[in-house]
Design a protein around this ligand. Structure first.
Ligand SMILES: [Fe+2]
Ligand SMILES: [Fe+2]
Length: 366
């Protein structure tokens, strides 16, 4: 692994290292019963599907600016204004800047989330009671190191713009790492953070379809992440059925809190701060404009059916999700029923509309 960091990541104000205190029980499994066949099969799959960052074509010249300019020549600027419905009409240059920065912001948060997954899953190796889950978690740890590597290389060598970790993501990752209960690590990382990432990667791939390097990176990572999310669901299955009401209530609180933290990040405040665009204008827009609301909701399309399978779509969680209009995903397939990730149909439809209108047709009514 050798690459040039042409544009290093910005260092957070709090410094380059962050320490999170945690007291966990590291558990040995001397029984080695190895009877959880689904987990063992996943472990075999994970080992066989391993890939190397050197297999990617790093010679590709990544020029998002040129890509966006080409879209604009085909009328993409007008379409962007129609879809985003911004507080004021954006010039082509402003739309380009917004696009570049939103893309860099999302990719940077993917990178930081990957580092969170690396640490959280290493913790699972120690804390989960069963050997077969330790095996798979170890395999996932290797995947996550590779994900950090490729996103970091893409951001620093190819893209040229990057963002530090969003405070809400930093809070969520620290909460996950600090907690001593082994199931909370899974619930926070494999079900919530990776469940959201899986949907976000699907979106990234569709939005950046003309950039072959990020398409290749995203396709490979999505393959891995779909196993990681399935790992979470398989490991937690049955666990919540045996919990007391007060234990379950703590998990509900965690899910609700994590949902709010994840949505906050998706408002992308640091983008508007960096562009110097007034927050009192752009934050209400990011909160309420239909495109941004739809985008945030779609990112929960994998989380909701998985929570349902685990028995965590309880009345309290349902009430909260109803307010956020997330319950419409509850009957989609969960990660065990459908291990290969599919972008939500609504998202595909929306992007097809954008593409169709880019090619000169009128966007369909939304
Ligand atoms: Fe990952
Ligand atoms: Fe992962």
């Amino acid at each position: 692994m050798r690459y040039e960091q042409r544009n290093p990541l910005p260092i957070p104000a709090a410094g380059e290292f962050q320490h999170v205190q945690s007291t966990i029980d590291a558990v040995f499994d001397w029984h080695y019963e190895l009877k959880r066949q689904k987990l063992l099969d996943l472990y075999e799959k994970g080992k066989a599907a391993s890939w190397n960052a050197t297999e990617l074509d790093w010679s590709i010249d990544v020029d998002i600016e040129r890509m966006v300019a080409q879209r604009q020549q085909m009328g993409g600027g007008t379409v962007l204004n129609q879809f985003l419905n911004p507080p004021r009409t954006l010039s082509d240059h402003e739309a380009l800047t917004l696009n570049l920065n939103m893309n860099a912001f999302m990719l940077s948060q993917f990178l930081h989330g990957e580092q969170g997954a690396l640490l959280a899953t290493a913790k699972i190796v120690e804390t989960v009671p069963w050997a077969e889950a330790k095996f798979y978690a170890a395999n996932q740890v290797a995947d996550e190191a590779r994900h950090v590597e490729v996103y970091h290389r893409y951001l620093t060598e190819k893209l040229g713009i990057s963002y530090e970790i969003h405070p809400s993501l930093a809070t969520l990752l620290a909460d996950i790492l600090r907690d001593s209960r082994w199931d909370i690590t899974y619930l926070g990382m494999q079900i919530m953070v990776e469940g959201l990432a899986l949907a976000a990667f699907g979106m990234q791939k569709l939005m950046m379809s003309e950039e072959p390097l990020i398409v290749d990176i995203t396709t490979r990572i999505m393959g891995d992440e779909s196993r990681h999310v399935a790992f979470g669901v398989m490991s937690l299955e049955g666990v919540y059925e045996q919990m007391t009401a007060s234990e379950l209530r703590e998990r509900e609180d965690f899910v609700i809190e994590a949902t709010h933290l994840m949505r906050e990040r998706l408002l992308m405040q640091p983008v508007f701060e960096r562009l110097g665009w007034p927050l009192d204008v752009w934050m209400p827009w990011a909160t309420s404009t239909p495109f941004m609301r739809g985008f945030r909701q779609m990112l929960f399309s994998k989380i909701v059916p998985n929570l349902k399978r685990l028995g965590l779509l309880t009345p309290r969680v349902r009430e909260e999700f109803a307010k956020l209009d997330l319950l419409r995903f509850e009957n989609l397939k969960d990660s065990v029923e459908e291990p290969e990730p599919q972008p939500p149909a609504e998202l595909v439809q929306l992007l097809l509309q954008i593409l169709a209108s880019r090619q000169g047709a009128q966007p369909a009514a939304s």
